[in-house]
Ligand binder design. Structure first.
Ligand code: ADP
Length: 592
């Protein structure tokens, strides 16, 4: 059972009051009894002395015995005590009616004291009634001896009544004090218990996370100070929690926005922190990872081992892992230290697939460029050496050799120009003047330009270009370059007698221009690769045709720089269609 402060205070008060009154009662009773006893004793002593004087006067013959008897009778009446006179030889000198059977209530020593002339007094109890008695003995002193003694025995009457009155008074005082104690308890409960209860409720609310709790300060005493301190504490707690929440939110935001995955574990391998990116990179479906053991999650065993190795060795380690979907994950793990003790590890996870691809592309590019340059240069070197060495003697052969050298030089030149173009296009260094272009004349012009090659290959070029084609926005020379590239490819790859179709059509916001041929077509698996640098579908054949593998990447770059897209549809053995789109010029609203 829980006893509240009010009950405790009340019980304590009542106990103190009742105990005090009880002790006071006992002392008071004792005090009163002693007081009454001494009063009666003194009175009896005086009276005893008077009687002793009367008796000694009679013994000396100075007084008539009848007078003595009368005096004794009167004294007996007023004294309310039993009087007994005893002579020295322990014989009764005078017998007062009613005192015959009374024995002497003093001890031998006290009687001896009496015989020496000293009065003695004693407190006695009645054998039957238990009533308190005061016994006094006064010696009857003659000039040279003690002739006897006068004994006075009196009950302490009236004391019981006084004592019961005092006790009643004490009971009334106890009742009044109890009532006052209850009132005081109520007051204290109001001033102490109630504010404490309120503080208790407020503290419980704070524990639940409601930090805006404040209690009323109703006094300036300790309880009031406690209330003030509580309010201050709640305020500080709120400020601290808010600051911590803000810091946490900031950290979470940073973690969330980070491109890298972050995962921290403690010494036992339990996850302390894992951002969304880490979850994504590790392909973990579970939403909340905090508290989970890394070993219980479907994480690559090698990644787990890396974390454990860092905790074990106490030094940072970095490794790369191949994960699902041909992705490469770089994991850098560092130990977490507190007072030189390692208590966990934090890992930064990075998807470095693109980086690796870029690196690979760079290596491929260097290899491709070297390869593309080496072939014509070796060829030129060989033929020049042959001429210089005098291996070629006749004019016809020398001319043929020089022709080859020229062709290779042209090829080299084209290759370098293409590379430069591509480099400029890729870095965005080229800025063009965009202008409205009428496509039909441009397409006709390109077709005319390539007429000699078409004839040489016995190819038919069909034009499907409507005259009312809307204007497109572009750079005239660059669009021409795109068309020449695509048509040149079509001419180069289409066997004699084949057909090439150059068409253009309005497709809403854009115009689509396509070059279709009846060439060998491109396998489906390679269709997306033809837009990459140096990619050649049939390497031997392309080489014979003098291709560099840079034409289509240049086309793609130019078209995309114009805000358009490129595409390819091809069926192996039937032919290919390369197409690209260009933005139409937005029609201006004419005003009168
Ligand atoms: P190249 O200078 O070698 O033609 P491109 O980038 O223009 O370089 O073309 C890349 C490769 O795409 C070519 O080597 C060729 O294998 C293939 N290709 C391009 N156009 C056609 C086409 N019309 N028909 C078949 N294959 C083609």
């Amino acid at each position: 059972m829980r006893i509240n402060i009010f009950t405790k205070l009340l019980i304590t008060y009542l106990l103190i009051i009742l105990l005090t009154l009880f002790v006071v009662g006992i002392f008071l009773t004792q005090l009163l009894q002693n007081y009454f006893y001494h009063l009666r004793q003194r009175e009896l002593m005086v009276k005893g002395q008077e009687i002793a004087d009367i008796l000694s006067a009679q013994l000396l013959g100075l007084q008539d015995p009848r007078v003595t008897n009368d005096l004794l009778a009167i004294l007996d009446q007023f004294l309310d005590a039993r009087i007994q006179a005893v002579d020295k030889t322990v014989l009764v000198l005078a017998t007062v009616p009613g005192f015959e059977e009374m024995s002497l209530p003093f001890s031998a020593e006290e009687l001896e004291q009496l015989l020496l002339g000293e009065a003695v007094a004693k407190r006695n109890y009645h054998a039957q009634t238990g009533e308190q008695l005061v016994s006094v003995a006064v010696p009857i002193v003659l000039p040279h001896e003690v002739a006897g003694a006068v004994f006075l025995n009196a009950p302490l009457r009236g004391i019981a009544q006084t004592l019961s009155q005092v006790q009643r008074l004490i009971i009334y005082a106890a009742m009044l004090a109890s009532a006052l104690a209850m009132l005081a308890g109520l007051y204290l409960s109001k001033t102490i218990s109630l504010p404490l209860q309120q503080m208790n409720l407020a503290a419980l609310e704070v524990a639940k996370g409601n930090y805006r709790q404040q209690v009323k300060v109703t006094s300036r005493d300790e309880v009031g100070q406690l209330a003030q301190t509580f309010n201050h504490m709640a305020l500080k707690l709120r400020q601290t929690i808010e600051a911590l929440s803000q810091e946490k939110a900031k950290l979470e935001n940073i973690m969330l926005c980070m491109h890298e995955g972050v995962i921290a574990i403690d010494k036992k391998g339990r996850i302390l922190l894992a951002n969304a990116q880490a979850q994504k990179l590790l392909h973990l479906q579970k939403k909340e990872l905090t508290g989970e053991k890394l070993t219980n999650l479907p994480v690559d065993k090698e990644i787990e081992n890396l974390f454990l190795a860092v905790i074990g060795q106490g030094k940072a380690l970095t490794e790369e892992f191949a994960t699902t979907g041909d992705r490469i994950l770089s994991v850098q793990v560092s130990p977490l230290r507190r007072r030189r003790q390692i208590w966990g590890a934090v890992g930064i996870l990075q998807d470095v697939t693109e980086l690796h691809q870029m690196e690979q592309m760079r290596r491929d590019f260097v290899a491709n460029v070297s390869h593309e340059l080496r072939t014509p240069m070796t060829s030129i070197q060989g033929f020049v050496e042959a001429i210089l060495d005098g291996v070629v003697t006749d004019e016809k052969s020398r001319n043929r050799y020089l022709q080859i050298i020229l062709a290779e030089t042209v090829r080299l030149n084209r290759l370098v120009n293409d590379l430069l173009d591509l480099s400029y296009l890729e870095t965005g260094k080229l800025t063009w003047q965009l202008e409205p272009i009428k496509l039909p004349p441009l397409l006709t012009q390109v077709a005319d330009k390539l007429q000699p090659q078409l004839q040489q290959q016995s190819l038919v070029l069909q034009m499907q270009v409507p005259d009312n084609l809307p204007l497109v926005l572009g750079n005239y020379d660059r669009i021409e370059q795109v068309l020449v590239n695509l048509l040149s490819n079509a001419i180069a790859f289409t066997p004699s007698g084949g057909q090439i179709t150059l068409s253009a059509k309005d497709i809403g916001k854009q115009v689509c221009i396509s070059v279709t041929d009846t060439g060998p077509g491109i396998p489906e698996a390679e269709q997306h690769l033809v837009w990459q640098r140096f990619h050649k579908v049939d390497k031997a054949r392309t080489r014979n045709l003098g291709g560099t593998g840079l034409g289509l990447p240049i086309v793609k770059q130019i078209v995309e720089a114009h805000g358009g897209t490129v595409g390819l549809k091809s069926v192996l053995g039937q032919g290919s269609t390369f197409y690209f789109t260009l933005q139409k010029v937005k029609a201006k609203t004419e005003r009168c």
